[in-house]
Structure formats: structure tokens, C-alpha cells
Design a binder for this molecule. Sequence first.
Ligand code: FAD
Length: 612
Amino acid sequence: SGYWRLSKLAVPACDDPGKDFIGISLPLLQAIAKAIKFPVASMLPQEAFTVIRKSFDARKVLKEPQFIYTVDMDVKKLLDTEPRAWDFIARLEPKLGAVEYMAEEKLADDLISMLNINSKGSDDVLGIRDTQNGSTCTQQQKPRVAVIGSGPSGLFASLVLAELGAEVTLLERGQPVEQRGRDIGALAVRRILQSESNFCFGEGGAGTWSDGKLVTRIGRNTDGVQAVMKTFVHFGAPPNILVDGKPHLGTDKLVPLLRNFRHHLRELGVTIRFNARVDDLIVEDGLVKGVLVSDSELRPGSVSQKLSFDAVVLAIGHSARDTYCMLWRHNVDISPKSFAVGLRIEHPQELINNIQYSELAAEVQKGRGRIPVADYKIVKSVGETDSENELDIPEQSRSCYSFCMCPGGQVVLTSTNPSELCINGMSFSRRASKWANSALVVTVSSHDFKPFQSHGPLAGVEFQREFERRAAMMGGGNFVVPAQCVTDFISNRLSVTTLPPSSYRLGVRPSKLHELFPSYITEALQQSIIMIDREMPGFVSSKALLHGVETRTSSPLQILRHGETYESTSLRGLYPIGEGAGYAGGILSAAVDGMYCGFALAKQLSLFQGDV
Ligand code: FAD
């Protein structure tokens, strides 16, 4: 009994049923047979194999593009049907990275089996209310917890806490997805920016109208990430996100998922209040006792409401600058944090397909959907600038990288205030638009924020704001985005010919983007764009358009907290989580942070004794 994990199984793209197929095809059985040296592939029973990962590889060094699989082989199931396979299994030797033996229990990772997601009924998603490892709340008086923010971190913290028996109130300054969709529509069509309901604020947080890429640097196979992914599937995400090497959802899949999440939380007894902005914390003797909430539409005559809680989870994302200021006023421990700023480059998707796929590009263009539209991921390190201004030379070298690349997507406005302009990218699940966009960003750190040091730990926020204001001025207002041909940007000249078309709906204006940032950022971007073109010839093209400005790549600060308890180091009863607190950098990592905070807080509230 037990499993063998077979990885690096290559199936030529032309033989594979396509990117969305996650079953066991005959060409895959042939690759498996080759790996275990079994002579007749068709005799291997499909049910003995499960696809664990499927990725697409079109690197030019390969003879032909291929799908690369990782597959688990269930020895018992295999031998039940095909006993002759035993001779071949007995000869298998574990080789690192290709063939690995896994005892049965190894496959059941601790957290998921504890959360028991698959075997529970639909009303007990994480399955933790009657887990053997934990204990449910038996107290008469349930502890009251406020969760501020309904992004991934706030949603998962609410879910865990509610399942473990806390009385959870989820306070969200923005609108539910239905109204938020209308507000975003009004922004795209009528240029009306709702300050509390936009691409950053509202149900689901910043990730809702996004590309919905579910990639993370915290380890795809970790228990926390797997638990989050399975929860997404439970709420309606397609199951292939569990297998796909580069899973993504797209806005059209995220919106119904969030609606299901909301219904489930309400069934668990969570009070969800939209249009409810937390303006202040009620603090007594260094302990948070509650919050001050106001109707975020600020209707005349509306008054703030005082709400009391035993604990407050702060899941505010990285754009709640007013809330950051409020925390600073309370002397909450905050420290500036490195992040990255830059521009968003957009190419015709066809051009990126041609660069990345050569002969397969034609198939993508025909829209057959068998292979994914091409993307790219680039990291470059660029050297010291020769500027004599000491403020311009904060570091020996900087890293410049592509960020949030959206194949088949569009450039969108992520401003939360009309006098500041910043952008990002989003897509729908089919990634069928004719554009490919990606941020190209350069790391900046506290040294760079020096001109803004009067803003204390919020210096990084002011640094962002400075370039967002400049971008708004360059665009000339009305959310028009300053833009420049990449060829002109690297030559430091204004684009005089007509700009290539852009997916950005509110218009672009030819601008000197090379003058927007200090020279150390501009030069780092220019140098890396030239280096990228060497790797991806055609990247520098008259069809490639740079858009300004990309500033909110991650939080410019960290709200300090204790490692085990997640509690603020300076204010008891406050639990800062997710991207806004500086502990996550995307949908998955934010959700995982929220989930673990939920467990840690439940433990402190004596709702739970288990270990996760
Ligand atoms: P958020 O999702 O930002 O949620 C914070 C919530 O708190 C918001 O809903 C906000 O309204 C609310 N809030 C703030 N202050 C208050 C207050 N005072 N009172 C009440 N409520 C408050 N990540 C990926 O992994 N993949 C992607 O493809 C991707 N694409 C993106 C595309 C766009 C356009 C954007 C903007 C972001 C994208 N991201 C993507 C980043 C991702 O959305 C974030 O990393 C993630 O949402 C962070 O989760 P969070 O819970 O920490 O905060």
C-alpha cells in the first residue's frame, strides 16, 4: 500500500486534451508507463492515478511545448487491477524530484485532515466545529469579535472564528459585490469614483475585481494554502485550481464565490455590515474595547456608533490610509516596509504569444483554449545609477520585476481618491481580451522615504501618494492615465506619434513618464526593460504602452504583532492581519494569514485547544 508520487511527466501539447482537463488521458498513461518502465500503458488502470499538478511548459529550449504532470499512483488500486505491475513497482527507486515514495499518512496533511473539508456537510465548510483536535465553545456568553475588512484575510478569520464559536461581526466600509459591481461599472462608464466602493474597497477586498491569480510564494503545497484553495472550491471555484500549475479564477468566478461565502458566514451567525467604516478604536488602559463605526456614505446627520468587542481583528488591506493614520494616532507599533513602484506595460496578447510560443501562438490566436494564453515573469537586478544626487543613490543595486501579470486582461483604475491616480490589472476567467499587461516595478525601501520622514512610520504611504498625485496631474484629470510608448520611455522622449491602443477604459494621454519618478527608479526601469528585450526579443516594441502609475504593490508598512498570538505588540486586543498589516502579498497569503489568526485568537479566547 502507499503511494508513489511521479513528477516531471511530460505530455506533448499536441497530444494533450488541453489545459482544463485534469483527468488521466492515454498520453499521460504513456508517460506514467515510461516512468515506471511498464510495457503496456493501456493496461494501467486510470483509477489508480490522480493528477496533483499540471503546468504548461513552452520554453524555447524544448523540442516542442508540453504539459508537465505530477501524478500520485495508489499502489493498492494499481495492484488490485493489474497485479503484474508489482514487478515494476518493486524495482522503482526514489529519485529526488521525479519518483518519490509517500506512505499513506504522508498524503494527509495535518491541517486539512483536521479541517476535514471534504467529508463535512455543506454547512460546516472548514469542518472544525466538532474536530477531535479542537473543542467547541460551550460557554454561555460567546466572546464578541469584530473583524474589520472583508478581503481574503478578514473573510477567513471570520470563518474560523465563527466555526469555533465566537460571535463575529464583520465590518466592511464598502458595498456587497452586487452594488460594488454597479459602482465599478459607473466608474468605467461615467467616471464616477465612489470613495468607499471601488477596485480596493468592498466585499472581497482588493482581489475581487482582479485577475484572481492564485499563486503564492508561501508554498503551494502547504497545509494552509491547500485548506484555503479547498474552501474556494467548496464555495464554487472550479476544482482544477487545485491542480493547475498557475491557477487563476478571474473576476466572473470570484463574484459568485464571494456571494456563497457571505451566505455561509451569515448561516454561521456572523453579522455582516457593509457600508460600515471603522473610524476609531475605543481603547482603555492599553486594551482595545471596541470600535467607532460610521456609515461610510457619510449621509448628513449620520452619527458614529460605538460597538464593544472582546477582540478586534484588523484586516484593512493596503489602501485604507485614513485607518493607518488612526492607528498612528493611537501609537500602535508600525514600521515602514519595503515595497515596489513602477509602471504597467501593455502589449497586444498576440505579440506576447508570438514571443513566448512561436509556432503554438497560431493555435492560441484561433482561440481553441487548449493551451493557456502566454504570460511572463521577469526579475532583473540593476546596478548603481551614476546620479550625483545622494538621494538618488540609496542602494547599490535594485531589483526590478514584473508584477501581477495579467494575460488576456485589462488595465484598471485602483485609486481611492480622485486626486490620486494608480492602476493595476484584472481579467475574466477566459482571459480572452486582446491585451497582456503587467506591472514593471522597482523595489524601494525606507531610505527612499526620507523626504517624507515627517510622516513617521507612514512615510512610505506619502511616498506612494506623491507619485499618484504626479500621475493624476500628468494625466490631466478625469482619471485619464499618463502613458508613453516603451520605445520613447527608454529614449527619454515624449511620444509624439499616436499612442498604440490601450485596454484602459478612461483614456490615456501622451506623457513624459520618464520624468515621473526620481532617476534611480526611471533608470532601473529603463535598464531592465532593455535586459528583458534581450530575453524576450520584441518586448520593446512600438506596440507596447507604459501606463502610470503602479504604487500599491504591497503594504508600505508593517503593523507589528507577536508571532504566536497575532496580537499587536503595542495594543492588546488588536490583531493586525493580511496585506495591509504587512503580512501577506496576495489573495492566498492574505487568506492563510487570516485563517491562522482565527485559530490563534480562538485559542486565546478559550474556544479552541488544538494546534495548527
Ligand atoms: P483587502 O483585500 O485589501 O481587503 C481589505 C478590506 O478592508 C477592503 O474590502 C476594505 O474595504 C476594508 N476596509 C479597509 N479599511 C476599513 C475600515 N476602516 N473599516 C471597514 N472596512 C475597511 N492578488 C493575487 O493574489 N492575485 C491577483 O491576481 C491579484 N490581482 C489584483 C488585482 C487588483 C486590481 C488589485 C487591486 C489587487 C490584486 N491582488 C491580487 C492583490 C490582492 O487583492 C490582495 O493581496 C488581497 O486582496 C489582500 O487581502 P486582504 O484581506 O489583506 O486585504
